[in-house]
Design a protein. Structure first.
Length: 454
């Protein structure tokens, strides 16, 4: 899923793409159309031209897929194919999405088809628009390719640490240098990138599998968007460097890094092994593939070598910046802990749930899970929204979600600082037996309902 937001339908311990049904939802009146027909038709035509030109060459599967554009503010959707409940409007189809459907840049199953969902408005820049459209189209064919990695949920916490960020930034700097040169200089820069990568992963035994899995998901998608939509080598290199620069600016690398590493390694692979995608399997690793393609031995993860090499890429500046960030991170985590661990909270169980969030606002809270500052969650109990200065804590097992309390919760419409919760009938709150002043959402028994509890 491209930046902005991300949506999944999940069961604890299992992540699956959203399966949605949009039937029996009335179309919006014409006067409420927030997605102009001419612009939607032009964008669908643009996507069709790109996927037709590719003709399945990149992956062996056509990227011409069912696609919908959705305005999150009005929940209006326009589709490039008909669907049950949709109304034809010229060459497009319109319907209104029900409130329980998460809106994001994603792919989803709907009425027996897999669709790409892209949030409206689309980028004004033609290059970024084309990349986004083909990025999301790739997600639609991903299951058929058997290449679904993890969505980064509850993973890659090391990339919010000082050491993790230093060596990720070093890898990105070396990849940037490799993209801007060729021949032996490119090989030397790529060797440095691999050194920074293997050293970082040596610090966390689980890091390799988790990071590579997200790259399988988003790195391949972003590189597909670039290769299908950008028709010159210079444009593809520019796009990959643009992604590196964008990710480096992000407050968190936890789920954003793959949007940079994937395209960078992909462009390097394209230069010497254009058919590399046909050899991708679920165990694919960009670093090993690049090393093999350039006939390089994987470096040994030695700290002294990494520290010496990083000086070529502004190592002193990177380390100084990350030292300062580490102090700010410690202060931020202390604030998160006061609100979400030590203070009064409201905790909701997670079973089969849908989730959408901004991947740029996900932070690791060591020992407790991940903090989401922009989040929409739906489960059997209702819907939780977190925005602005809000925060929600989800442990790595995705068994619950916790928000801070500033008052005793009561009723079916609950709210706190930066969050709001709508409970469904049959659910209510009760004191948390494990933490004084805190509450939990539970399914109410018949006796409690008769007694007047919500």
């Amino acid at each position: 899923m491209k930046f902005a937001s991300f949506v999944f339908l999940c069961t604890t311990g299992l992540v699956a793409m959203a399966r949605l049904t949009l039937a029996a939802n009335p179309p919006l009146p014409a006067r409420m159309h927030s997605i102009p027909s001419d612009k939607a038709e032009a964008a669908f035509a643009e996507a069709h031209a790109l996927c037709t030109a590719d003709g399945g060459k990149l992956w062996g599967n056509s990227l011409c897929v069912p696609m919908m554009f959705v305005d999150a503010a009005t929940r209006q959707a326009v589709l490039n194919q008909t669907a049950r409940g949709a109304v034809k409007d010229g060459t497009i189809y319109r319907l209104a999405l029900p409130p329980d459907i998460g809106i994001a840049n994603t792919s989803l199953e709907f009425q027996g088809k897999r669709w790409s969902m892209v949030m409206w408005p689309l980028p004004e820049n033609a290059a970024w628009r084309g990349i986004l459209l083909m990025h999301e189209s790739y997600h639609s064919i991903q299951p058929a390719l058997g290449l679904q990695g993890n969505g980064g949920l509850g993973k890659n916490a090391e990339l919010d640490s000082r050491e993790g960020r230093i060596w990720m930034r070093a890898e990105l700097a070396a990849l940037r240098a490799a993209l801007l040169t060729s021949g032996q200089p490119r090989k030397r820069a790529l060797t440095d990138a691999l050194l920074f990568r293997v050293y970082r992963m040596s610090l966390w035994p689980h890091a390799a599998a988790d990071e590579r899995s997200l790259e399988l998901n988003e790195g391949l998608a972003e590189s597909t968007g670039i290769d299908v939509s950008q028709h010159s080598l210079g444009a593809r290199i520019d796009a990959a460097i643009h992604d590196i620069d964008n990710v480096e600016k992000e407050r968190s690398f936890v789920r954003s890094f793959a949007y940079a590493t994937g395209p960078a390694y992909a462009e390097l692979l394209d230069a010497v092994q254009p058919d590399w995608r046909r050899k991708v399997t679920p165990g694919f690793a960009f670093d090993k593939a690049a090393a093999g393609a350039y006939h390089l031995a994987m470096p040994k993860p030695e700290k002294s070598l990494a520290l010496a090499a990083v000086e070529k890429y502004g190592g002193k500046r990177i380390i100084a910046q990350e030292d300062a960030r580490a102090k700010a991170t410690a202060s931020r985590n202390a604030r998160f802990a006061r609100a979400l661990v030590d203070g009064p909270t409201l905790t909701l169980p997670l079973g089969k749930f849908s989730i959408s969030f901004d991947p740029r606002q996900v932070y690791s809270l060591p020992g407790h899970g991940s903090v989401y500052q922009t989040l929409t969650l739906g489960d059997a109990w209702g819907k939780l929204d977190v925005r602005g200065d809000g925060m929600a804590l989800i442990p790595s097992n995705f068994g619950s979600v916790t928000v801070p309390l500033d008052k005793t919760p009561a009723g079916m419409q609950l709210a706190g600082k930066g969050w709001s919760l709508t409970l469904k009938k049959g659910y209510g709150v009760q004191p948390d037996p494990h933490q004084e002043g805190s509450f939990v959402v539970t399914r109410q028994t018949l006796s409690k309902l008769r007694a007047g509890h919500p």
